[in-house]
Design a protein. Structure first.
Lengths: 160, 165
């Protein structure tokens, strides 16, 4: 594994081929022995061109990841949205403490009294409350949990 | 761990991403010590059962120009929330829509809808439009609302489960 990448801070220049590739790779990745060649065929690119561009998009942090996205609930695990109200003067420190937990899948700073919003992913449903408790112990701040009670159907894709 | 051991190993092997090589599934199968056909069949089954939601690229919204990411939150009358949630989720501007518990008195909102756009103003405008349509379609069911903009991505690694070994 390469070193940890931090997300890009703002828009990155993309050409039309990058955009077409990102849009083509948002789902339906072929389950075959030459999937990148198949994706390339749809876009008029060679397998090598697809791989080189994809690596570049990951290195430039235009993409944060390429691979399967799991719904851990389906195998007995759990996801849960959580939020904290973190004083500005310790924000960076608390962000580092929270991010150090492997269970924190992503974390956003938001403009509100509750200014840190993150998602916990654990292998068992009771892991959520346990992890929240450990974050509270580490930071000395309360963690509010917002478990998903119902998901309403949405179309998932964003066009690049 | 309730999960099938092979599926657990597949998750551990691929949660950081697929290898960028011509035959990524063959490479993962080699790492797991199983025939590629078995891996492909199992991945297909995980997709069918929803254990895998999709396989593909996860864009950094900021980098592809969706620099504004507004989490709109709504305090909706419990009696109407299912109908309002279905309606809100179906709108094209909304990319995620969930019912979640209130945390009174700090947090009165029970419906969360993520709205992405190319500017804060564009997102605010969309939310104003949604609010007006909501009021005319479901009068007096929305008691309060707010929008939380993200000002930084602090982490975005996705799921990480521990290696059993």
């Amino acid at each position: 594994m390469s070193g940890r990448r931090t997300p890009a801070d703002g828009p990155v220049a993309l050409d039309d081929i990058d955009r077409a590739l990102i849009n083509a790779l948002q789902g339906d990745f072929p389950l075959s022995r030459q999937p990148f060649a198949e994706v390339g065929l749809r876009l008029g690119l060679t397998e090598e061109e697809v791989l080189v561009r994809l690596q570049r998009l990951l290195d430039a942090r235009v993409l944060t990841r390429f691979g399967p996205m799991f719904q851990i609930e389906r195998i007995g695990g759990a996801f849960c949205l959580a939020a904290m109200s973190v004083p500005d003067d310790v924000f960076e420190h608390v962000a580092a403490q929270v991010n150090a937990f492997a269970e924190v899948a992503h974390n956003y700073r938001r403009v509100h009294a509750l200014n840190m919003w993150f998602v916990l992913a654990t292998e068992r449903p009771d892991g959520i409350a346990d992890c929240a408790g450990r974050i509270e112990a580490a930071t000395g701040l309360p963690v509010f949990l917002f478990p998903k009670e119902r998901e309403y159907f949405v179309e998932m894709k964003l066009e690049a | 761990m309730a999960a099938d051991e092979l599926e657990r190993r597949i998750i551990v092997a691929t949660q950081g991403g697929l290898p960028l090589v011509p035959d990524p599934w063959g490479a993962v199968a080699g790492e797991l010590g199983i025939p590629p056909e078995e891996l492909l069949a199992r991945i297909g089954s995980m997709l069918e059962r929803g254990v895998i939601r999709r396989i593909g690229a996860v864009p950094n919204h900021y980098a592809i120009g969706y620099t504004a990411n507004g989490m709109s939150v709504w305090d909706i009358d419990d009696a109407a929330i299912e109908a309002v949630g279905e309606w809100l989720g179906a709108l094209s501007a909304v990319t995620h829509c969930y019912r979640r518990p209130r945390r009174l008195p700090d947090w009165p909102y029970n419906l969360f809808a993520m709205v992405h756009g190319r500017s804060h103003d564009a997102v605010r405008e969309q939310i104003e439009d949604i609010a007006a349509r909501l009021e005319s379609r479901f009068p007096a069911t929305c008691r309060a609302r707010d929008v939380l903009f993200s000002s930084a991505i602090l982490k975005k690694t996705g799921l990480r489960i521990r290696d059993a070994g």
